[in-house]
Design a protein around this ligand. Structure first.
Ligand code: F6P
Length: 333
């Protein structure tokens, strides 16, 4: 084993830089060179490689984003493009590839392994935390912190002005970020893709009216996962404003959830997974994800990870449902 390549792919996630540092420094100790391709799979196809030396890694762990750059690259689903990538990796003398990313990136990693006989390893890096087989992904914890910090700020102005806010969080098709943010921010309501049945517009409107009756001077916050309600956060705010005759303010949190310094938890996770990815390669693993489950580093077949069937923690869902709105919907005792 002489040379390992690494890419960051898809939506960036805070902690990716700390992961690259762990990969580079661990490989260096084993006498292995690391090369990075900029902009994910596209960078492999276009030959955008750069050697990475431990000296370059001294000050990267605390930075958000990814210094290697990332990209969405749906073209990689095509066989001819994956074959080009395999040829480029061979031309560059690469013995193994580490892909840090989410489900689309892992599909790409698996697709590549059909045309490239060398080892391919995935490390979960996505604020959506929706990969099966790992309890956590790099970036999720920081994204929750980012969302909660923003919601706390909205809470202050909402409370000052006695306003209702509908706050949209990311997650693509998963409610992990929404659930954790709703609990931490003590939201009055949450609407997530996994909740079945979804609360009806009538129920939400009744709840807001009840809250307004009990606390005419108070705030009310609904957490809404993206890509869920027709018309998104603006659609729901409009529907609720009409139903309640109370102005409901839409607020999409957007990409501020994804940027910023990774928190300590994400840096530690990223460092563990980066080092373990090198060990997995040295022990011969391929087409596997190196994840973290039940407090341990685990290896999971990559094809198992992008099945989109990872459940929310039901005890957390129940916790939020049992506490949200208790102040205005029930009598003491
Ligand atoms: O997958 C991470 C994520 O931030 C999702 O939560 C969101 O739906 C998507 O990426 C946004 O993608 P982009 O930054 O390409 O618009």
């Amino acid at each position: 084993m002489k040379k390992i390549a690494v890419i960051t792919s898809g939506g960036d996630a805070p902690g990716m830089n700390a992961c690259i540092r762990a990969i580079v420094n661990t490989a260096w100790q084993e006498g292995i060179d690391i090369v990075g391709y900029r902009h994910g799979f596209r960078g492999i196809v276009e030959g955008l490689s750069q050697p990475i030396h431990p000296d370059d890694m001294r000050l990267v762990s605390q930075r958000g984003g990814t210094f290697l750059k990332s990209a969405r690259y749906p073209e990689f689903q095509r066989d001819d493009i994956a074959i080009q990538a395999a040829e480029q990796l061979d031309a560059d003398g690469v013995d193994a590839l580490i892909v840090i990313g989410g489900d689309g990136s892992f599909r790409g990693a698996h697709h590549l392994s059909k045309f490239w006989s060398k080892q391919v390893i995935g490390i979960p890096g996505t604020i959506d935390n929706d990969l099966t087989g790992t309890d956590v992904a790099i970036g999720f914890s920081t994204a929750v912190d980012n969302a909660v910090e923003a919601i706390d700020k909205i809470r202050e102005t909402a409370e000052a002005m006695a306003r209702v806010f509908i706050i949209e969080v990311m997650g693509r098709r998963a409610g992990f970020l929404g659930l954790h943010a709703a609990i931490a921010a003590a939201a009055e309501a949450m609407i997530l893709p996994e909740i079945d049945p979804q609360p009806s517009l009538g129920d939400l409107a009744d709840n807001i009216r009840q809250a307004r009756k009990k606390f005419p001077d108070g705030s009310y916050i609904v957490i809404l996962s993206e890509n869920l309600w027709p018309g998104g956060v603006h659609g729901l705010a409009e529907n609720l404003s009409q139903a309640t005759q109370i102005t409901c303010h839409p607020c999409p949190l957007g990409h501020l959830q994804r940027g910023g310094r990774p928190n300590a938890q994400d840096r530690i996770l990223a460092t563990q997974l980066g080092q373990s990815a090198i060990s997995a390669i040295l022990s011969g693993s391929s087409d596997m994800m190196i994840g973290f489950a039940n407090e341990h580093v685990v290896e999971v077949p990559i094809t198992r990870t992008f099945t989109r069937d990872k459940p929310l923690d039901q005890s957390l869902v129940d916790l939020q449902f049992s506490l949200q709105g208790v102040n205005f919907t029930s009598e003491n005792g």
